[in-house]
Design a protein around this ligand. Structure first.
Ligand code: PMP
Length: 389
């Protein structure tokens, strides 16, 4: 830790001191196996129960849903999609809706399901917005599942998930809505009720919790109707839906980060919005940055800004900035409309040549306006320098 400017908070965040302290304290004291029947086991189980309740509170679950702990957002997405598609009793429909430009941890299990005979249909997005007419048209009675992210990890686009929920309710009797809220959690206010979802994915390391931990929230109706099958088999932990000894220290630390984030949400959103605005003003106020285009969705989470550079490959810029202690990410370079679905940037409408020149800046509430100014200066200098080659 030094003078680095870390603007890659959508990739991961630094664990907070409070979460770290919680981790260490639970790891030292409540080290029993939550499945053990003795007192130490009960204590560890109690830690998990408290963590589940804390997380449920942060997503507005008042209906008594189940928080299943997983190894992260990737596993939660896999469990939601594969577990739903393979649920017993089997559903007649074979169609799964998704949005164009989902994260690989949604796209890849869907590609596996396509190989097994499911029909995967993408709702197109235009300029960072789900096509509202397509939502209605594609919500047919044979849809058993729809998986739509709340915030896109490359562009920050905030999607109208409730519109998808409403279309499913109207036309798809067997459908469950899964929402990947990995990038939305602690960045935009939402609740499982307002989203109208049956399954919701969360990841700990994006919100200052430990890495390798996440959760899938499951609506009580889905549990009651046996609408989800496990993808990991073993000791039957996590309501029989995710076998494997749980990790109470990580779960407690995740819940700690979530509770702190939830009580500070409006201040964090205000801070992130200020940083975003500062960046956009910085770009438009500096003639050296006139060739940089911000890819701005109409509704957005404030922590992500996608920038297309003037004929400079994103990777080249990433390394140039990294050498100066400034950290951003390159947009998804594996672009286009591949076999596994559409990439986020092409779903936004960028041609491949622009996608290859696009970087992602992602803020934490701990970043400062001064860091944004220093970033703009570094970007301007590197653009001028690289333009000479
Ligand atoms: N979904 C989205 C939208 C993400 O951005 C990420 C992380 N890059 C994931 C899922 C996967 O989460 P995890 O890293 O916890 O597996």
């Amino acid at each position: 830790m030094g003078n680095e400017i870390y603007f890659d908070n959508s990739a991961t965040t630094r664990i907070s001191e409070e979460a770290l302290k919680t981790y260490l304290s639970v790891a030292r004291s409540e080290y029993g196996n939550p499945s053990s029947l003795h007192g130490m086991g009960k204590d560890a189980e109690g830690v998990l129960k408290d963590a589940r309740q804390s997380i449920a509170r942060t997503i507005g679950d008042t209906a008594g849903g189940t928080v299943l702990f997983t190894s992260g957002g990737t596993e939660a997405n896999n469990l939601a999609l594969l577990g739903r598609a393979h649920a017993k009793p089997r559903f007649k429909g074979k169609t799964i809706l998704t949005s164009a430009g989902e994260h690989a941890s949604v796209k890849m299990p869907l590609a596996a399901l396509a190989d097994q005979g499911f029909r995967i249909v993408e709702i197109p997005t235009v300029g960072g917005r789900l096509d509202p007419e397509a939502i209605v048209k594609l919500a047919t009675p044979d849809v058993i599942l729809a998986s739509v992210m709340l915030v896109n990890n490359e562009t920050g686009a905030l999607y109208d998930v409730p519109a998808v929920a409403a279309a499913l309710r109207r036309s798809c009797p067997d459908a469950i809505l899964h929402v990947d809220a990995t990038q939305a959690y602690m960045k935009v206010p939402f609740s499982v009720k307002t989203l109208g979802c049956g399954l919701l994915t969360l990841s700990s390391h994006k919100i200052e919790g430990p890495k390798g931990t996440g959760a899938l929230w499951v609506d009580p109706g889905v549990i009651r109707n046996r609408g989800l099958s496990p993808i990991l088999f073993g000791g039957g932990q996590e309501a029989g839906l995710r076998s494997g000894t749980e990790d109470p220290p990580s779960c407690a630390a995740f819940a700690k980060a979530a509770s702190i984030g939830f009580s500070a949400l409006s201040e964090r959103v205000a801070r992130l919005t200020e940083l975003r605005q500062r960046l956009l003003s910085g770009l438009s106020g500096d003639p050296r940055l006139s060739g940089v285009r911000a890819n701005l969705p109409p509704t957005f989470a404030p922590h992500i800004v996608s920038l297309t550079l003037p004929r400079i490959k994103s990777e080249t810029m990433l390394h140039a900035l990294s050498a100066r202690g400034v950290y951003v990410s390159s947009g998804s370079a594996c672009s286009s409309h591949g076999k596994h679905g559409t990439s986020a940037l092409s779903a936004f409408g960028l041609p491949d040549s622009d996608a290859d020149a696009t970087i992602r800046v992602s803020f934490s509430h701990r970043n400062t306006p001064e860091q944004v100014d220093l970033f703009c200066e570094a970007l301007a200098e590197e653009i001028s320098r690289l333009a000479r080659f």
